[in-house]
Design a protein around this ligand. Structure first.
Ligand code: NVA
Length: 308
């Protein structure tokens, strides 16, 4: 049976550990040999984009090339998914010719519908609800920096009702990490995500906490994470959001309340002077470019795992 990757919860703890191990080996193989074994020879990835993309597009396409396969990019103008052609027809046609689909969409329901009608695996390359591919790369980065997951404290600042914080909360539940969000009221995580993350955390010894107090949230954190205050699709609210989130900017002062060896993470695109100061994102504790590069390595592991 095919396996989709629509939510980080589509992977168990053991599968996540396996993928991180595989990604680490693929990264080492690439660095030491200058290339990878063509594990995905003759395989094709179809990429569907409803929204702009830098890291997702470049990492998936490069991953397929370096693994001996091929990637096709379909922009909204190319296919008009759900308008020019139904989601079902698109899914069936693509499944009949290519090995796997990755889609970046506005509504999470669209990626679910694609998966329903597709006979090949579907990967969520970002929806309004989750961004599991980013979180897989983040977990690889966290493991490289901290050599463990269990018991780590991650504090997320800013807009918590978004794809990144949702996937982070769920991943924390799966791996037994302590996840805290600091956000203004009205921008907390979706209730069903919190419920699910807490259920997972109960089994693994993790914790899921929401607060509007930045200082309380950051105290003793191992990882400080933030994301844009204006996600793709939220542009109409930009002015309002830039005001509401002001006190949640990650600054050097805020970082000083975290652990001394804390790392700063951001999935990017980053807006210096809004959610993070330049001093922090371009400073010594920042691992944002390691995170970005790890998209390539972690998604190679994911592609091999889902296709094989
Ligand atoms: N929350 C952001 C993530 C960008 C990679 C967005 O959805 O725009």
């Amino acid at each position: 049976m095919k396996k989709d990757f629509l939510s980080i919860t589509d992977l168990s703890k053991n599968e996540i550990i396996y993928l991180i191990d595989l990604a680490t080996n693929l990264k080492e193989e690439l660095i030491s040999n200058g290339g990878n074994i063509p594990y995905l020879k003759n395989k094709t990835l179809t990429m569907i984009f409803e929204k702009p993309s830098l890291r997702t597009r470049v990492s998936f396409e490069t991953a397929m090339t370096q693994l001996g396969g091929h990637a096709i990019n379909l922009s909204p103008a190319d296919i008009g998914i759900g308008e020019r052609e139904s989601v079902m027809d698109v899914a069936k046609v693509i499944s009949s010719m290519t090995s796997i689909i990755m889609a970046r969409v506005f509504r999470h329901s669209l990626v679910k519908e694609l998966a329903k009608h597709s006979s090949v695996p579907v990967i969520n390359g970002l929806s309004d609800l989750e961004h599991p591919c980013q979180i897989l790369a983040d977990l690889l980065t966290i493991y490289e920096c901290k050599k463990k997951f269990h018991g780590l404290k991650i504090t997320y600042f800013g807009d918590s009702e978004n794809n990144i914080s949702h996937s982070l909360a769920l991943a924390s539940g799966i791996l037994g990490m302590n996840f805290t969000t600091a956000s203004p009221k009205g921008y907390w995580m979706k209730k069903n995500i919190v419920k699910k993350a807490k259920e997972l955390a109960e089994k693994t010894g993790g914790q899921i906490i929401e607060t509007d107090d930045p200082k309380l949230a950051v105290t003793d954190a191992d990882i400080i994470y933030t994301d844009t205050w204006v996600s793709m699709g939220d542009e109409k609210e930009k002015e309002k959001r830039l005001k509401i989130f002001q006190q949640y900017q990650v600054t050097s002062k805020l970082m000083s309340f975290a652990k001394k060896d804390a790392i700063f993470m951001h999935d990017m695109p980053a807006y210096r002077g809004n959610e993070v100061s330049s001093e922090v994102i371009d400073g010594k504790q920042s691992v944002v470019f390691q995170q970005a590069e790890n998209r390539l390595h972690s998604q190679k592991a994911l592609l091999i795992y889902l296709i094989k």
